[in-house]
Design a binder for this molecule. Structure first.
Ligand SMILES: Cc1ncc(C[n+]2csc(CCOP(=O)(O)OP(=O)(O)O)c2C)c(N)n1
Length: 380
């Protein structure tokens, strides 16, 4: 399989070492392996496609908003939509997601309202977090989507703790923890993987190996032949899937989550994909990687591949695609309009959502703020 999915030079596993096979359901032409096709029904397939396309179009619009100074920061998931949507789709509503930077599409799939996502990037009063978090660091309790700390890999021990608690309580829940290839070099990765293995916690680690951690290529991240192999040292399965193949990602995650739910313990899934865009709106990737490498991966676009599959099944046409794109563009435009119309957060909200019981010194500062706001009002 490895030969069918060649990687650019800088991201190739070391020669001479055998790496695990890559699970692929869809060939790059969109042709499905009949033995591996999960046989989702037409509505489900179209829902997956819509979610991937929404993610792509939303990323394009929000990055433009950032360039226009209308939001402060943004991180796209362009090229990684199959890894995000295929894995999130494998969960049950009662399961929980511990995301990293690029999983906003998963939150939307699970019911995060689009205008609230945009408002989160702005940080205004429509934002559930009232601007307390960095833009693009979403959380939405009803979707079981947990807030992320920018400190790389910290979500992994959180996910394991959650999963272990669920196991102790006898709740049949699974935690899906997302991470990038760079996160595998953090101490928290080892802590989480080790503890998950020992406790046989119902957690699935979904590593989007997008080949880069800002400007650090995979070849400088690890001397191991791949990321999936690391699971072996912790005593649980690790597997590699084609991260640009939504059905392969879905299939692998479904198997892993159901094994976890039935007491079979954790799994590490390495979704082999590529970060087509910059690391974030603050990054210029042309300073450290070649356009030829980017173009190679752009040819493996996960959305186009899935569209070919749907077309071959006569579930999709170019006309359907155009109609959906227009509808999504409109939906995004409306969400932006609603989000931008919201007022800034109330100054007092600075004091909310940190302590269950506010300490005395913050109570004093809050009183002082209120007095100042009142006297300003009287001056106006
Ligand atoms: C502990 C820590 N070290 C460094 C950083 C700076 N930093 C932010 S994102 C990032 C790279 C993350 O790469 P990866 O885990 O591969 O995820 P990706 O962004 O590629 O999805 C780094 C080093 C950080 N946020 N936290």
């Amino acid at each position: 399989m490895e030969g069918e999915h060649p990687m650019p030079k800088s991201t190739k596993p070391r020669s001479g070492k055998k790496s695990a096979d890559l699970l692929q359901v869809l060939a790059e032409t969109g042709r499905a392996d009949p033995q591996l096709d999960p046989q989702l029904d037409p509505e489900e397939l179209q829902r997956l496609y819509r979610a991937m396309l929404l993610t792509r179009l939303l990323d394009e619009r929000l990055l433009k908003l950032q360039r226009q100074g209308r939001i402060g920061f943004y991180g796209v998931s362009t090229g990684e939509e199959a890894s995000v949507i295929g894995s999130a789709y494998a969960l049950r509503p009662e399961d929980w997601i511990f995301p990293a930077l690029r999983q906003g599409g998963a939150a939307l799939l699970r019911g995060y309202p689009l205008e609230q996502l945009v408002a989160q990037c702005i940080g205004n009063s429509l934002d559930l977090q009232q601007g307390h978090q960095m833009p693009c660091h979403y959380s939405h309790q009803p979707s079981h989507f947990v807030s992320w700390s920018s400190c790389i890999a910290t979500q992994l021990p959180h996910a394991v703790g959650f999963a272990w608690a669920a196991k102790l309580k006898g709740d049949p829940l699974v935690a899906l923890a997302y991470l990038g290839d760079g996160a595998t070099s953090e101490g928290d990765f080892h802590v989480a993987m080790n503890f998950a293995g020992v406790a046989r916690a119902p957690v699935v680690f979904l590593c989007q190996n997008n080949q880069w951690a800002i400007s650090v290529p995979l070849a400088r991240q690890t001397a191991a032949p791949n990321i999936a192999v690391k699971a072996e040292a912790y005593g649980f399965p690790g597997l590699r899937v084609d991260g640009n193949d939504v059905l392969a990602v879905y299939r692998a995650t479904k198997e892993a989550t159901e094994r976890a739910r039935s007491g079979g313990g954790p799994t590490l899934i390495e979704a082999v994909t590529y970060r087509v865009g910059g690391h974030s709106s603050s990054d210029d990737p042309s300073r450290y990687r070649s356009q030829a490498e980017v173009r190679t991966w752009q040819k493996r676009d996960p959305i186009k591949r899935f569209a070919h599959y749907l077309q071959a099944k006569e579930l999709w046409s170019d006309g359907d695609d155009e109609t959906l794109r227009q509808a999504l563009d409109e939906e995004i435009g409306q969400a932006i309009a609603v989000a931008e119309a919201a007022a800034p957060p109330a100054p007092e909200s600075l004091f909310e959502d940190v302590y269950a019981r506010m300490p005395w010194h913050l109570q004093a500062q809050l009183r002082e703020l209120r007095t100042q706001l009142q006297s300003r009002k009287e001056q106006d």
